[in-house]
Design a protein around this ligand. Structure first.
Ligand SMILES: [Zn+2]
Length: 270
């Protein structure tokens, strides 16, 4: 006979509901200001949790149909941004909603959006491995991870060293980026472009994972053997970018909520 609190032999086990958290694979695609602010704030906190954004670097999303973007303020900790603290800024740098200054390298975002109608989100960060590639003679990004296929046509490098502060700096950066979705800034960091904040989160993690794979592979051999165009074409046939982005977004948002990185009281579906 089963003791109190124990299931009788053969009886269905009671489900421990907390442990059966359903993995949602949807992203909130609303272009409402509330959702876009929350996604920028969540993406910023999650990239901070990953050690990619820290005391500097920023995520933005374009407001569709307008010369405006959502971005965090200059001084606020990347660990503490909230949907309400995200600024609405126009492409000339004027703050439309919010009380603070935008980041000093805002022109990275505004000039990419002006030059590239296909870009919906931008991240600039100082990822250590990305900066290291720009300081290793002859080094370039090789595709070691099939999730890095997005950058298979090559990752350009902006050779001029320094912060990107003026409109002319931003225009030069957008020219250096060209049609690519990643740009290395020599001795400085990285810029990635994607369609949304959830996509920026996925792409940033994959960019770093690919560089880690490059570094690890070099510990086994002095010569890399990256994935070929044929390898990538075969894998790409089965890749569903929207589904993959949603899967990663929901995984990281869930992890962020469990660890308190994303407060439970944000009243918006991410
Ligand atoms: Zn920077």
């Amino acid at each position: 006979m089963a003791k109190a609190g124990e299931a009788a032999p053969g009886a269905a086990r009671p489900l421990v509901l907390e442990r059966v958290r359903k993995m949602d694979t949807a992203v909130n695609l609303s272009n409402s200001g509330q959702v876009m602010r929350a996604q920028v704030a969540a993406c910023t906190r999650l990239l901070n949790m990953a050690g990619i954004l820290h005391y500097s670097g920023h995520v933005s999303v374009r407001v569709p149909g307008k010369e405006q973007l959502y971005i965090q303020s200059r001084e606020q900790s990347r660990a503490e941004v909230t949907p309400d603290s995200i600024l609405l800024v126009d492409f000339d740098g004027n703050v439309v909603e919010g009380d603070d200054k935008p980041p000093s390298e805002l022109v990275i975002h505004t000039e990419i959006y002006r030059a590239r109608a296909d870009v919906g989100a931008v991240v600039h960060n100082h990822m250590e491995l990305a900066t290291a590639v720009t300081l290793a003679k002859g080094a370039e990004v090789k595709i070691m991870d099939f999730h890095a296929v997005r950058w298979a046509s090559g990752v350009p490098v902006m050779r001029e060293v320094g912060h990107i502060k003026t409109k002319a700096d931003g225009e030069a950066l957008a020219r250096a980026l060209g049609d690519a979705d990643a740009l290395l800034l020599r001795g400085h960091g990285l810029v990635l472009t994607s369609e949304s904040a959830p996509a920026i989160l996925a792409d940033t993690n994959h960019f770093q994972d690919n560089l880690k794979a490059m570094k690890e592979a070099l510990s086994f051999s002095s010569e890399l053997e990256p994935l070929t165009a044929e390898d990538l074409a075969r894998v790409q046939k089965f890749m569903d970018r929207d589904h993959h982005i949603a899967k990663m977004w929901n995984y990281y948002v869930n992890e962020g909520r469990k660890s308190g990185v994303i407060p439970e009281d944000w009243e918006v579906t991410l």
